[in-house]
Design a protein. Structure first.
Length: 435
């Protein structure tokens, strides 16, 4: 059946099978009482071509255009099959053959020696800092332009984040400011930071060569936060292969998802064994529950790992589609005054996890797109502007502030069709060309 605006339903003339990663629409009311349709994965749905009125007196049926989300999950028959296999095996708890296999397959994909599947990317960041011995009184260098989890994890261990500005050419942390901060501390006789967290922003790797050189010169261990960049490369190497510890996220909006989850990788298998120990409440081997140190409940369930395995198999296609979407946006806006893009760095190849444009009035564009049932989102608000971190040290900040002031993330999910992209383009141009 097809749900109508007048609250009635009408049968469809026929059914049609669709690809497992296509979507069908389901009615919802948002917080403002507006009615629309949320896309949900489905295998079969009623054809919308020939809708039959309930009676000859019924009015014509008009279908609401589905809402376009920023980065919805891209799941289908492969994920469903793997999930049901895991369910039927009765491996439900946070251990099992799919967890083991997901860790091995993921480590191989990113070129790591070992990996631990965890409950979130934030959990992975937290454990990375714990493993490095970061604690109260320590400083940790963090890009200011990032999601809050990168900085929150520093506070979890009692340390202080020190924020660094972005580079205009990549929007990632400015390598010159990393060197500047480390040199200034050394010259003043201060202790070096306990760690550096480098973030690969919006699917693009940071400029790792100079960063790693600076950190090595001053003895600062590196954590790579590749939560947004799985599938990207830097000088031919995959994102998440540059830190002593590397962090990934499988949140619902990431390029692959396990609903919620994360991964921590390293080239020392003993380190990952330590992660597994800490992430399962640090239980010591004993017939009873024995604990000699604080642990955490951070392991991924076998069910979610099964979904992750299927998602990882489809990652190349998902990356390819996001790049195609980014290229379509660039083609559409290429000759339009007043629209710019996050730069593509010459040092690597991004996944374009999110396509981010710059405009004079991103709020006006975002609100207009929302009126068209299209989700868009401001660029990250820099951490040094967040009330939570108002008292933290920083070096620079003007570049990150400008990106926040002008940046707007457009729908970029790999489930989008070309028509979906064109719908977003039309909405953006309605505002920009009328300004």
């Amino acid at each position: 059946v097809v749900e109508r605006h007048d609250g009635l339903t009408a049968p469809a003339q026929a059914t049609a099978e669709v690809r497992a990663d296509e979507t069908c629409a389901t009615r919802h009311d948002d917080a403002h009482g507006r009615q629309g349709y949320r896309p949900l994965p489905c295998l079969l749905f009623a054809s919308l071509r020939d809708v039959v009125p309930l009676s000859e007196h019924a009015s014509a049926t008009f279908l609401t255009v589905p809402r376009l989300f920023l980065s919805p999950p891209d799941v289908g028959a492969r994920e469903r099959a793997r999930l049901l296999e895991a369910f039927d095996s009765n491996w439900i708890a946070p251990l099992g053959p799919d967890v083991d296999a997901f860790e091995q397959e993921f480590a191989a994909f990113v070129g790591a020696q070992a990996a631990a599947a965890l409950s979130s990317g934030t959990a992975a960041l937290h454990l990375a800092l714990v493993l490095l011995g970061v604690g109260p009184g320590d400083d940790v260098l963090v890009p200011s332009l990032t999601f809050v989890a990168s900085a929150n994890a520093v506070v979890y261990v009692g340390a202080r984040p020190v924020f660094l500005d972005s580079d205009r050419g990549t929007w990632n942390v400015d390598p010159g400011l990393v060197e500047e901060e480390l040199a200034a501390r050394s010259h003043a006789g201060r202790e070096p930071p306990a760690a550096f967290i480098g973030v690969d922003l919006y699917g693009q790797c940071a400029d790792w060569d100079p960063i790693l050189a600076s950190c090595a010169a001053y003895g600062v261990p590196v954590i790579e936060d590749a939560a947004e960049a799985l599938g990207a490369t830097y000088r031919g190497r995959p994102a998440g292969s540059f830190g002593a510890l590397n962090v990934f996220s499988f949140n619902g909006n990431k390029i692959i998802t396990t609903s919620g989850g994360g991964m921590l990788t390293a080239d020392d298998p003993a380190v990952i064994e330590r992660v597994r120990h800490l992430s399962t409440q640090a239980r010591d081997p004993a017939p009873h529950y024995e604990h000699a140190e604080i642990g955490f409940n951070y392991r991924m369930s076998n069910l979610l790992a099964a979904v992750g395995r299927a998602q990882l198999e489809g990652l190349p296609a998902k990356v390819r589609r996001r790049r195609e979407i980014n290229a379509r946006y660039r083609d559409a806006f290429g000759g339009v005054d007043g629209i710019g893009f996050m730069p593509d760095a010459a040092t690597g190849r991004p996944t374009n996890w999110l396509t981010v444009v710059t405009v004079a009035d991103p709020a006006a564009v975002r609100l207009h797109l929302e009126s068209l049932d299209i989700e868009a989102r401001p660029a990250w608000k820099p951490m040094h502007l967040q009330p939570l971190f108002a008292d933290c040290q920083r070096r620079g900040g003007a570049v990150a502030e400008e990106i926040f002031r002008t940046g707007l993330c457009l729908p970029s999910g790999s489930v989008m069709t070309d028509d979906d992209v064109d719908r977003v383009v039309a909405g953006v141009l309605q505002v920009v060309e009328s300004a």
